[in-house]
Write a protein that binds this ligand. Structure first.
Ligand SMILES: NC(=O)c1ccc[n+]([C@@H]2O[C@H](COP(=O)([O-])OP(=O)(O)OC[C@H]3O[C@@H](n4cnc5c(N)ncnc54)[C@H](O)[C@@H]3O)[C@@H](O)[C@H]2O)c1
Length: 310
């Protein structure tokens, strides 16, 4: 089994490379390192692993057969995609187009990493896959949300028109080791502020909710989806929903930090609620998350502590 992982030197992609190698795949990791880092794959010594530095918005050709393409490349944190708006749109559009072309040529199965952001600031909570979303296409976050909506649309078009065997995973907030300390996402932000003893910054009044999924659960869901024959979108995330303020308090408690909480303005179009309806994943994949918040946070805090000491 030969698999390509685009974005394989990123947070999720590197964990996926680990799992695929464990399952016996030959893995080609493609990444241009725009938000990833080879540090995330340095530990891999398998001779079934190859890393290619390449920007997937440009075409790429392979002589050999490819069985699976896991297309994860894209800036993913709000800080990153607001800094890289054109690259984000290009990788969602041209990158996905190039990977679909490769899947067509190789008769490979292709999975794209979509996101809960396709639901925008949702008017329905929890969000089932049948909900079409509430996205502002021209707001600052539109570069990411619309890139992913386009990626889903072109993927379904290739599936329907060319018969490509495709999968769409809608990933909800996922956290764990190998996130960047400064990537602007709420989990590394809070943990690193608390570890430094700084105030924790909550945007808005902290009543907005999020649901956090631990990385090993998410990667297991992605693998099961690829190995299934299900071609409609699939939510993968943890339905345990909590207000962001409560989450900040939990982080302070676990780190035993004396940080205070300060409040800043909510960014434009920030979703007020976020919770996956995972009935489909349970029914079709027999999947549900196993790692609770305390356990997952402990692993993540240990990772950032270790990083701080280096
Ligand atoms: N982590 C989450 O909570 C979450 C939630 C929803 C969706 N996702 C999706 O999952 C995927 C992975 O996210 P992540 O959290 O690991 O982010 P990440 O930034 O750590 O990883 C993305 C990787 O893609 C690479 N990349 C970006 N543009 C590229 C290009 N043009 N060519 C080659 N490589 C490129 C980056 O260098 C990086 O290594 C993304 O598609 C993201 O949209 C993640």
């Amino acid at each position: 089994m030969k698999s390509i992982v685009t974005g394989g030197a990123g947070f999720l992609g590197s964990h996926l490379c680990d799992l695929l190698l464990e399952k016996g795949h030959e893995v080609i990791c493609i990444d241009n390192l725009v938000t990833g880092n080879t540090r995330n794959i340095d530990h891999i010594s398998s001779d079934r692993f190859t890393y290619l530095k390449h920007d997937i918005t440009k075409p790429i050709y392979f002589g050999d057969n490819i069985d699976y393409i896991f297309h994860l490349a894209s800036p993913a944190s709000p800080v990153d995609y607001l800094e890289l708006p054109i690259q984000t749109l290009k990788v969602g559009a041209l990158g996905t187009y190039n990977m679909l072309g490769l899947a067509k040529e190789k008769k490979a199965k292709l999975l794209i990493a979509s996101t809960s952001e396709v639901y925008g600031d949702p008017l329905v909570n929890p969000q089932p896959e049948t909900y079409w979303g509430n996205v502002n296409p021209i707001g600052p976050r539109g570069v990411y949300d619309e890139a992913k909506r386009y990626a889903e649309a072109i993927t379904m078009a290739y599936h329907r028109y060319h018969g490509i065997d495709t999968r769409i995973v809608r990933i909800f907030n996922t956290y764990g080791p190998r996130m960047r300390a400064n990537d602007g996402r709420v989990v590394p932000n809070f943990i690193n502020q608390a570890l430094r003893g700084e105030d924790i910054t909550v945007y808005g009044d902290g009543t907005q909710t999020r649901s956090f999924c631990y990385v090993s659960d998410l990667i297991d869901g992605i693998y099961r989806l690829m190995m299934s024959d299900f071609t409609e979108p699939m939510n993968i995330g943890n339905p345990a929903e909590m207000p962001v303020l409560e989450f900040a308090e939990e982080v302070i408690k676990l780190i035993e930090s004396d940080s205070n909480i300060t409040f800043e303005n909510l960014p434009i179009d920030d979703p007020k609620v976020r919770r996956p309806d995972i009935s489909r994943a349970k029914e079709v994949l027999g999947w549900e998350p196993n790692i609770g918040l305390k356990e997952g946070l402990k692993q993540t805090i240990d990772y950032f502590k270790e990083l701080k000491e280096q």
